[in-house]
Design a protein around this ligand. Structure first.
Ligand code: ADP
Length: 375
């Protein structure tokens, strides 16, 4: 059975409460009253009303304070202020503080009905949009889990079979068969890399990043990610070094996703580098920001391609990139992460000489002790 629409009237005037109750009861709403702010808030918690009418001028707790508290109890509850003509200015002020509308006293039953109808329609829209958002999140989660289980798992199994066969554990393999199997294995590796990058991109939830920002050290992130990439760099005869000043200011960030962003940039710096090349990661404090340059001595990026490289699935196809594996998702993942940190990423590049990707992340500013950084 659908929940009855519940309206709470908070007003110290008995006559006002009675009049509203009569109209609402006649129209089939569930209605309750409170004669002061504190009792009103208690009832807001107990009844979880759809709409609250709040008188601005009450002895004790003011209507304005009541409004603020209602927002903290449940921001989706609609509040309408009832007020005398003398306090119209404060009514406007109260709307800035989150009230949906105001109703000047005295008002007729029809005026009350009209404003109630509008406010309840607003409430319906808020609830509906919350429901749709939740549904969208759920569909996204289901899709992510479908991709990882139904696509990734069988591919990994096939890859394992290839390895067993290639190692000769299932019988002798001719040279021709070996070549074909190795080519198939490479194609499956590419597909798995695409699925991994796509999953990484889908899992980045900008809202979750914004809500989980904490003061963190970029020095730690740069050192950790550079250490992790050393083996791959050495395999390609590339020198990877860092240049980080002492006392680099903290930033407000999300460690996990920033590590992922730097890993992607370093991975690109290695894959698009030349044999014997180098990568330098240099951090410095700037006005309000910490800037990190990731510079490589690789193949560089043609000027006309620069505006597109952060787009999803965009890959530069030319002679120099031939034979370099990629999915076109690495930089779009980086950009999504940097954007969620209110940061910026820019790039300068010269073909044959190399590229520098610069990530700017806002410095952690002094916050009072009440700031809560818990997960
Ligand atoms: P991919 O998986 O193809 O590397 P990215 O989104 O990471 O996808 O990069 C997009 C394109 O930008 C790449 O195809 C590559 O041509 C170019 N690119 C990215 N980083 C570099 C770099 N450090 N040096 C040269 N080209 C780069």
């Amino acid at each position: 059975m659908a929940k009855l629409v519940t309206i709470l009237v908070i007003d110290d005037e008995e006559f006002m409460c009675d009049s509203c109750c009569k109209v609402y009861a006649k129209d089939g709403y569930r209605v309750d009253i409170a004669r002061d702010g504190a009792t009103g808030l208690q009832k807001v918690k107990e009844l979880n009303p759809d709409l609250v009418l709040v008188d601005l001028k009450m002895p004790g707790m003011s209507g304005m304070e009541v409004l603020e508290e209602i927002k903290t109890i449940d921001p989706n509850i609609i509040s309408v202020v009832i007020t005398g003509y003398g306090t119209i200015d404060s009514a406007v002020e109260s709307m800035k503080n989150g009230a949906y509308d105001f109703l000047p006293k005295p008002f007729t039953p029809d005026e009350l009905r009209l404003i109630t109808k509008r406010a309840l329609e607003r409430r319906r829209l808020i609830i509906e949009s919350n429901r749709l958002r939740q549904e969208k999140d759920k569909m996204r989660e289901n899709f992510i889990s479908m991709v990882s289980h139904q696509l990734r798992t069988p591919l990994v199994a096939v890859q394992e079979y290839f390895e067993v066969i290639l190692e000769g554990l299932a019988g002798e393999v001719t040279e021709e068969q070996r070549k074909m199997l190795e080519r198939s294995k490479t194609r499956i590796d590419e597909l798995l890399r695409l699925i991994k990058d796509w999953l990484d991109l889908s899992k980045i939830d900008a809202d979750k990043i914004v809500n989980k920002l904490k003061p963190i050290s970029l020095t730690e992130i740069i050192t950790k990610t550079s250490d992790l990439m050393q083996t791959l760099a050495k395999q390609k005869n590339i020198t990877l070094k860092t240049d980080i000043p002492e006392n680099l200011p903290m930033i407000l960030g999300n460690k996990e996703t920033l590590e992922q962003a730097f890993l992607n940039l370093l991975d690109n710096g290695i894959r698009y580098n030349k044999n014997g090349g180098s990568i330098t990661v240099k951090a410095k404090a700037e006005d309000g920001y910490v800037a990190v340059d990731i510079s490589d001595t690789g193949i560089g990026i043609p000027k006309e391609e620069l505006p597109f490289i952060f787009e999803q699935f965009y890959q530069i196809k030319n002679k120099k990139t031939q034979g370099i594996d990629g999915t076109g998702l690495g930089l779009s993942i980086v950009k999504k992460i940097v954007d969620a940190h209110s940061g910026t990423i820019r790039v300068t590049s010269e073909t044959e000489k190399g590229s520098t990707f610069t990530v700017l992340l806002p410095k952690e500013v002094f916050r009072n002790e009440a700031t809560d950084y818990t997960d």
